[in-house]
Design a protein around this ligand. Sequence first.
Ligand code: THU
Length: 160
Amino acid sequence: MKELDLHLHVLVKQEEELTPEEVELLDEARRATYRSYAPYSHFSVGAAVALADGTIVSGSNQENAAYPSGLCAERTAVFYANSQYPDQPIRRICIVARDTKGEFLQRPISPCGACRQVLLEAEQRAGGDIEVLLYGTEGIYAISSVKDLLPLCFELPGRK
Ligand code: THU
């Protein structure tokens, strides 16, 4: 029997260690949480994506009485970016959440499986890594590629 070890490398940064571009993206993701529509979970998520030309696009979770019809912040942001700027690759995404009391989380949340799958395809479409920043007030997780978040991912055989 052989073994396969899959490794995830995460940098845990303080806000002071972010670049000005990263801080701008974080600020936009934080602002996006206030545009969330979450009357059911009362959990507000914001995502901001930076495009290759510097444009920032944000999204927030949008819920619905028919629960599965809602959409996570990450997919709202990525789909909006790719539909408005199809020729601008996504380079970075920052994800922020506030809890049911409205407080920013101390420890970051990670994107759900469906969002990882969508982010993976956005990365393939971008032709380069998408850096993922997951915000927590105690530390910001920086992951250099979406691939790291979805090991052994599904890809259509033969698709480039
Ligand atoms: N949610 C996101 O927007 N992103 C995530 O990564 C996880 C969950 C949303 C979906 C739902 O509106 C609420 O958070 C509670 O699950």
